[in-house]
Each structure stands twice: as structure tokens, then as C-alpha cells.
Design a protein around this ligand. Structure first.
Ligand code: GTP
Length: 358
């Protein structure tokens, strides 16, 4: 079966990391987010994926030059300008000549949901579209989807006030659609599936939804991007936290050959060639390949992307350091800071919850 995976957004909430790298090419514990999404689809029988691209499309094509990622065959549909989620689905499905039931997935949703159960549910009801739903505590930042007892969607409520939400089941960003969906999307302008196409299908009674309480995370904000790492390191998702990671005991995982001369307390993962110098402390962290943590530095609750450097006596807490970024000696990076590609924090400088462009 074929799937369209939406990866064309600008990922503004993760800036400045996403100024140079599209969100889905950011690593989640040393593996690009898109490979984690494709792996999940592949495990459920998807063998061909159209990547719906718009923003920084070359990054994907360069990363997968032979058109295969995580065991799934890829094709690319590149929008000349953003078409919105429904416009992008239409454009991608038509370019891949999809003419049967197909799956759509948001490229920044990490999930272990049962796609097979959603397909079965969809077929049993003869639905035009079926949405996977996930229960959340606070639905106020999501699209909320109340259904009747057969699973038919009664309404599509975008971002309701918490106390007014008719249900806490939200749109989980995975859909099964029939090709007739494509005829509903007008050409030549931005069309949102959540605000336009799904509400029209609700009015026609052709949209259904099925709740699934498996692991689910929208990894599109700094908080949830960090959480995606802790969920893997702390075992809330099955298997080793990264491909090829070796368990070094005490919740510490190693990929390739990092050098550990300082102290590393789990949960933590060190990437290939990373260096933790004598007298440095790493605790609850992912230290990407080629990163250097100098003597006396402390890295706690943080994710360091490839080649980031933390200088002598510096502290990094609850933050994300972009690839090749640098924190000078005795610098202090406090929660929830995000440093961009090659961003630099000067010696002794304090960065408190700021975004530092590269
Ligand atoms: P923010 O700017 O931080 O909200 O992130 P985003 O741009 O990724 O938007 P959002 O998280 O709402 O998008 C959900 C999914 O749809 C993501 O996987 C996006 O990459 C994708 N997406 C959003 N808009 C478009 C679009 O116009 N075209 C394509 N191809 N994909 C889109």
C-alpha cells in the first residue's frame, strides 16, 4: 500500500534548528525523525511512500539518493509553493498516480499506533476517510474529534478551550483515505485538511475515526522534541534507543566508539566519536556524534546534535544544541534554550530559554 508523508512545513516552532535542516531530518536519538516515521509505516505494510516536500526539499533527496529509507521505497513530490495540508496530499497523491485506498501521515508524529486496525475499521465502515485519534489531557492545542457510537465523526473542532472540549480524543495525524478525497480539494490555493476538507466530509457523513492509545508524540516543539529523546532512552518505546546502540549499563547507551573520560549517568546516549573529557558530567542527555564536552562542563537534560562543543566549566541544562554549535568556557545555557546550526555562546555568557541563531 502507498502512503503520503507530509514533510513540507517550515517547522517554525523548532527554529533556529529548522532554518538549515527540515524538521523531519533532525535526528531523534541519532536517527533522522523521518526514518522513525517510515519505519513505523513499513512495519504495517506500507511499501511505497511519497514524501510531500516544500521547504528545503534537497535535504531529503541528498540523504536518500537511491530512493529507499528505513526499508521503504520513496518518491518525491515538491510543491512550488505551500499548498496547505490538503493541497499537499492532493498534489502528492496525483503525482504518484495513487488510485486506491491510501494512508497519510504527518512527518513529525512519532507513534506506535496500530495502522492495520485503522485500515480494517475503515474498510468495515466503507468510509471515505478514517482518522486515528489519540487521548490527551489538554486538547486545547489540538483538533478535537467527537464521534458517534459507530465511529462516525460528528464534528471537527480546532483548538477548543480545555473546559469546552467535547472529548479529549484528538486528531493524531494518521489518516486512511479513498481517492475520492482528492476531488474535494480545490486547486491553486492553500487548503487545510483540518479546517476545510475534513469538516466538509463530516457534513457528508463520510468521515470516521478510531481511538488508539499506543505511544504517540507530536515532536514539533522544543519541549516535545526533547521528550521524544527521553521516551526512547527511558524505555517508553520498545527496543534500543538508536540503531546499533549498545547497552553499557546504568541506562547508558553507546553508538560506535565514543570516548568517556568523565562521568556519564543514565539515561544517556553517546554518539560515535563523542568525547566526554575528565571531570565533565553528562546526565540524562543525548550527546551526538563528534560532540566534545570539555573538562568541568555539565550537560544535563539536554540534546546535543552532531559536532556540538561545550567548553571548559560550561553548563547546559534542559536545552538543545544544534549541529556544530559551541558554548564557550563557563557559559551557562539554561532551559529551554535552542541553539541553531553553528550558533555560538560566548565565554561566560548566560542564555536563559532563548533561541540563538547560527
Ligand atoms: P510549525 O511551523 O512549527 O507549526 O511546523 P510545521 O510547518 O511542520 O507545521 P505543522 O506541524 O502544523 O504541520 C504538520 C505536518 O504537515 C508536518 O509534517 C509538516 O511538515 C506538514 N506540512 C504543513 N504544511 C505543509 C504544506 O503546505 N505542504 C506540505 N507538503 N507539508 C506541510
Amino acid at each position: 500500500m502507498k502512503a503520503v508523508v507530509l514533510v513540507g512545513g517550515e517547522g517554525t516552532r523548532l527554529r533556529p534548528l529548522t532554518l538549515s535542516v527540515p524538521k523531519q531530518m533532525l535526528p531523534v536519538v541519532e536517527q533522522p525523525m523521518i526514518e522513525r516515521v517510515l519505519g513505523q509505516l513499513g512495519r504495517h505494510g506500507i511499501d511505497e511512500v511519497v514524501l510531500s516536500l516544500g521547504y528545503l526539499p534537497d535535504a531529503f533527496m541528498k540523504a536518500y539518493p537511491d530512493g529507499v529509507a528505513a526499508g521503504v521505497r520513496l518518491s518525491y513530490a515538491i510543491e512550488a509553493k505551500p499548498l496547505g495540508t490538503a493541497g499537499a496530499i492532493r498534489f502528492s497523491a496525483l503525482s504518484a498516480q495513487i488510485d486506491g485506498t491510501f494512508v497519510v501521515a504527518n512527518g513529525d508524529v512519532l507513534t506506535d499506533m496500530d495502522l492495520g486496525a485503522l485500515l480494517e475499521f475503515h474498510r468495515a465502515r466503507g468510509a471515505e476517510g478514517s482518522i486515528s485519534l489519540h487521548p490527551v489531557d489538554d486538547p486545547s492545542t489540538f483538533g478535537v474529534v467527537p464521534t458517534d457510537e459507530t465511529g462516525r465523526v460528528r464534528a471537527f473542532v480546532e483548538k477548543p478551550a480545555r473546559e469546552e472540549a467535547p472529548t479529549h480524543l484528538v486528531n493524531a495525524g494518521t489518516y486512511v483515505l479513498e481517492p475520492s478525497f482528492l476531488d474535494r480539494v480545490p486547486e491553486g490555493r492553500q487548503v487545510s485538511v483540518e479546517r476545510e476538507t475534513f469538516p466538509a466530509m463530516v457534513a457528508d457523513g463520510t468521515l470516521y475515526a478510531l481511538a488508539d492509545s499506543s505511544y504517540w508524540l507530536d515532536a514539533g516543539t522544543p519541549e516535545t522534541y526533547l521528550k521524544a529523546h527521553w521516551d526512547l532512552l527511558e524505555g517508553r518505546r520498545p527496543g534500543p534507543p538508536a540503531p546499533g546502540a549498545k547497552d553499557a549499563g546504568g541506562g547508558v547507551w553507546l553508538v560506535g566508539s565514543p570516548r568517556v573520560q568523565g562521568e556519564v549517568r543514565g539515561p544517556a546516549l553517546l554518539g560515535d566519536g563523542a568525547l566526554v573529557c575528565p571531570g565533565a558530567l553528562v546526565e540524562k542527555a543525548v550527546v551526538g556524534r563528534g560532540c566534545v564536552i570539555a573538562s568541568g562542563a555539565r550537560v544535563v537534560g539536554s540534546v546535543l546534535l552532531a559536532g556540538a562543543m561545550v567548553g571548559w566549566g560550561a553548563t547546559v541544562t534542559g536545552s538543545i544544541l544544534g549541529p556544530g554549535s559551541c558554548v564557550g568556557a563557563r557559559g551557562d545555557v539554561r532551559p529551554l534554550s535552542v541553539l541553531g546550526h553553528r550558533a555560538s555562546v560566548g565565554a561566560g555568557a548566560v542564555v536563559a530559554g532563548e533561541r540563538v541563531p547560527g
